[in-house]
Structure formats: C-alpha cells, structure tokens
Design a protein around this ligand. Sequence first.
Ligand SMILES: [Zn+2]
Length: 111
Amino acid sequence: MRCRICMQPARWWRRRCDDCRRLATVFAAHRGADMATMMELFVASGAPRDKVEKFLSADLDGEGAVCDQIAADMTNDLLQALGRAGRQTPRGVEYLRQRGGWMTLDRRPPE
Ligand SMILES: [Zn+2]
C-alpha cells in the first residue's frame, strides 16, 4: 500500500507512511503556530524535505491543504489581534505598535 500523502510505499496496513504520520502528529499538536514555526517543527521531525512539501499540499481531513490551514490559522490570529486592538485603549494600540506592527501580528501575542 502506498502512503496517501506522499505516494511512497508504506506498510500495508497503514494509509500513511511513518514520516507523514509524524508530520500529521506535529501539525495537530501545534495548530495555530505560524508558518515559519511549523516548517521548523516539520523539518525537526526528521521527514525529508520533499515529503514535507507533499504534506503541506495534502488535504488530510477534507478541510483543505495543510499549508492553507496554517495560513487560515495565522489569519484568524491576525484578525483576533486586530479585534483586540480595536477594543483596546491607546495603551493597547501602543503595545501593538511597539511590537513592530504588521510584521509580528501573525505571531501569537504573549498573554
Ligand atoms: Zn508519506
């Protein structure tokens, strides 16, 4: 049987090879992380680069490609950050500005 994600041979009772299973575990465990962080985690899982790329374009659960889901999570974080700024006092706006504005809004703000 071949892995449904990377099309490489996988153990016959598996729908995913060991690399892709690890990638899926990392992805599930770190939902909400930004793309750069997620890429570091994927590479750190030991999966070869070409498998990471196939994994990113794979649709695991019918919710869209992994890379699109990461981007959506980042966008949701961004909207949340902006919404928070909109409800905030000038001190809150200053906080966002001091953090560097748009370039850092895709990262989860410290609580
Ligand atoms: Zn695979």
